[in-house]
Design a protein around this ligand. Sequence first.
Ligand code: SAJ
Length: 419
Amino acid sequence: MRSDLVVIGLGYVGLPLAVEAGRSGLSVVGLDRDAATVARLNDGISHVDDIDDATVAELRAQGFTATTDESVIAEADTVVICVPTPLAGHGGPELVMVESACAAISRHLTPGTLVVLESTTYPGTTEEVVLPILEGSGLRAGTDFHLAFSPERVDPGNKIYGIRNTPKVVGGYTQDCTTTAAAFYGKLVDQVVQASGTREAEMAKLIENTYRHVNIALVNEMAIFSHELGIDLWDAISCAATKPFGYQAFRPGPGVGGHCIPIDPNYLAHKVRTLGYPFRMVELAQEINARMPRYVVERAQQLLDHSGTTLSGAQVLLLGVTYKADIADQRETSARDVVRRLRTLGAEVVYHDPHVGSWEVDGTPVRAVTDLDGALGDADISILLQRHSAYDLAAIGNRARLLLDTRGSARPQSHVVRL
Ligand code: SAJ
């Protein structure tokens, strides 16, 4: 049976896309290589933070089915690739899942199909990697089928912006491909933005996230020297943020986690290096952000020293171990490096996080505490890493024997210090 859309890869990008397409009246099939994911979705169970089971049930009621059977591609008007592109050892994206998805499409591609890549990657991937595999079908891109790139703009935990109300950038191999992709996405989103080509659409996404990555690194580096200069950078940033134009506030932290910001800029740096020179801003930003977990531990060690306690043997309570506040996602969380450094220096580490029931670092469990009040009283120092809204910072500040606040959220006191 024909379908309007086949989504390949049913993760945090593909599943919301399938949901929005179903809500827009499209017939949608989800294709994933993981049989367990397929079975769970067909049973109405979600594995994605921002999609609840009721939403999956709603999608199923609209006729959505998930499958591992690639032959569904042959019946699709549009195929969107939403598979992961994790960071590979060479510093660029690992494209093996994209290539595998394209090989499957190539085996079942029919004339007139629109194929869109959404997975984040370096500029050139759509035309240098995806296109040749698809043309292995014998069909020609731009002539027999349409090919485009459209960056995913899914923001985990964002309750305001979803797929429908986030402008969607599309860039096609030809103008006709762009127009066709824009017509497809126009059914799902309020605003479609047509890029001049696939590389511009690929680059747009990397600009968005490199911008964040570099600016976070800027304030992280400022945090380090501001502390030594006796400047309250948090206050200075709040003052700067009153400027109604030409400035967006970023704030220091214990490092940069997630599946986008610490990763995506490396794809651009990887592509630039093929030119024989580095993308210095990104590489420096990466170095600064990656250093923040160690800096957090240095500051904790100084605070303990001043209180006459050594870090070695001290009990350290970490508050919030996800990669950002109010979600359960721990991908690339800087808390992991904080634990490694604390353990190396002989501290006993425990954690509290309302979103994380159990946690291990390098195969060794980190003890979870549930009695936050008691744990704050027991810990020689508590370190606030993620400002979950569940945390009552005034109560934490009052109860902690010593608190290092890496988010600048708690009211400074003699025993409450901001990064
Ligand atoms: N962070 C800081 N200081 C800041 C902002 C963030 O240390 O001022 C840290 C966070 O703690 C986190 C990391 O950086 O560890 C990334 O935070 P993020 O707010 O950028 O959140 P992400 O990684 O979920 O980024 C996503 C991105 N969305 C997409 O790629 C589609 C990003 O483009 C969004 O702008 C961002 O969400 C958002 O605005 O929330």
